[in-house]
Design a protein around this ligand. Sequence first.
Ligand code: AMP
Ligand code: ZN
Length: 275
Amino acid sequence: MSFVQDFENKVKKTIKDYKLLKKNDKIIVACSGGKDSSTALYLLNKFGYNVEALFIDLGIKNSSGINLENLTSLCKRINVKLNVFKIKNEIGYDLKKIHEKKGEGLTTCAVCGIIKRYYLNKISRELEADKLVTGHNLDDAAENVLLNIFGGNLIISLNLGPFSGFKKSKKFTSRVKPLYFCSNEETKKFSKLMNFKIIYSYCPLSVMAFRKKVRVILRDLEALNKNVKLNLVNAFLELLPGLRKKYGNKSSVNFCTSCGEPCRNKFCNFCELVN
Ligand code: AMP
Ligand code: ZN
């Protein structure tokens, strides 16, 4: 079987095995303009799902503009609606400025993550989405499993897995990851074969010292056993139902006193950061 056929079958199998999507779901694909989310958007559209793309413009110099251009050209090519949300119009500042003004003690990536998670959930709900798709791949999954264990934070691992929105709340859009079993290399190869215009380098603002180290460890182990990432992720998925049972009720959903969005504490991370 060809690589492309194999890759597509793997994505279809993930969707089927983990019941990620229904044929009549309204699906918003969180698109960064990068290879993973572009591949997810392209394939779900090809498989006949009802998809729209959502791009959060963080105003990152030498990155956001080109990513948006690339994504716009993909959406035109496959005839998919693109929703663009510019944080500068909403908050008054771009990511770098928000980090400088408010992000004391946080990395740019942490600030970026808080803003993206907040608006992806809020806007997909406003667009009446049944599911929010992200481009997380096998490498991201393996790194996240290790990062949460090394960081001593198992509770945030409850949201790992191909289907992450396990806490039921009308204000949470379920988040799903159809590329969960596709490696970084495979997605890169697929995106190149499909001629997507993509920037393949990491974000110019990224400072992920610990994650980079974990990535190197996994790469070294992979040279000795090519299945380490898959084995790690599969082992984690075996443990996940037990973890969700044990810790699930300790991570109850509250609503932010300031903005009303779902969160764990009195205020959501976004309001803690921006207000
Ligand atoms: P990251 O957190 O950058 O590793 O990205 C993980 C996933 O979040 C991507 O695969 C996308 O689905 C989504 N994502 C990242 N950046 C953006 C963005 N600027 N706008 C919309 N979705 C994004
Ligand atoms: Zn809030």
